[in-house]
Ligand binder design. Sequence first.
Ligand SMILES: NC(=O)c1ccc[n+]([C@@H]2O[C@H](COP(=O)([O-])OP(=O)(O)OC[C@H]3O[C@@H](n4cnc5c(N)ncnc54)[C@H](O)[C@@H]3O)[C@@H](O)[C@H]2O)c1
Length: 321
Amino acid sequence: MSNDRYFVTGAMGCIGAWVVRTLVQEEMPVTIFDLSDNRHRLELVMPAAALDKVDFVRGDITHTETVKSALVDSGANHVIHLAALQVPFCKADPPLGAAVNVVGTVNMFEAAKAAGINHLVFASTAGVYGKKSTYEERLMDHDSRLDPVNHYGVFKQANEGTARIYWQDDSIGSIGLRPYTVYGPGRDQGITSTPTQAMLAAVRGEPYHISFGGYTGFHYVSDVAKLFIQASQIAFKGSEVFNIGGAVAHMSEAVEAIKAVIPEALVTHEETPLPFPDGQTDEELRALLGDVPDTSLADGIRETIVHFQRAVGDGRLSASS
Ligand SMILES: NC(=O)c1ccc[n+]([C@@H]2O[C@H](COP(=O)([O-])OP(=O)(O)OC[C@H]3O[C@@H](n4cnc5c(N)ncnc54)[C@H](O)[C@@H]3O)[C@@H](O)[C@H]2O)c1
């Protein structure tokens, strides 16, 4: 039997819920550390009975000693650090955003040190890159210039630096992953959540206008969860941050994919793109991990819609917004 145990912060959130679902499917013991005790995303993506196998610790990532003791007590030897506040929340309250996103990540490394864990995986973001208009290259390579345009991106860039210093000073290795527009069941907050909200609206027969257009890097949340788990399973010596590739597509392609499943869907999109590059390359991540999950946009959208249809059908989601 494997001795692997996982500690996942922010696992009441969208990506974390899928990480937990995947780990439980693989019969891996997992402890969730989150400030929230609202299980709605977990209950949306996995059977209620499977949640009995999960240890829940309610705690605040900004409290150093709380994070340390939770990790040590969990007995985990793998850490996936996802707890964070997204762009709108950092904009609304920058000091809190800095506390959660920056101090929280420092605390996670301190906890790893206290627990004798020498490798962790954390979520960075495509938001560490700058305005699309300032780059010659269309897609960001993993070493393209970082030039974040908001507090959230600046905080995540700080985390990438924090990770580098913990490797330098304490030999705690890390892999940071940079997702862009994650979609799928459970994606219900943050500026890039509107394509997913459009999929749910289509299932409910409600009109929906996606808040941005242009090109973006779409990632199906199930793939993202698997990448975080894969990255946490390799004995990586060093500190590196990798782009996640996914499907670089125009928003009109996402709308078409929704209408391919629900032809009567009343989904439209804003033409204005996000002020960010069109997408990212992921050669380095593929070289590191080998076989990476890569669900096509059409398949990911179809799976999401089918998931929502089942959830509306069995009452996990209401039939109207
Ligand atoms: N979803 C995306 O498209 C995307 C893109 C790029 C990066 N990311 C990063 O991936 C990670 C996960 O994203 P997500 O979409 O699942 O986010 P989410 O907002 O759905 O979940 C974040 C979780 O962090 C928890 N949290 C917030 N403050 C906390 C605190 N003080 N202590 C403990 N937990 C706290 C929340 O309760 C929530 O469960 C985040 O770090 C995010 O910045 C996400």
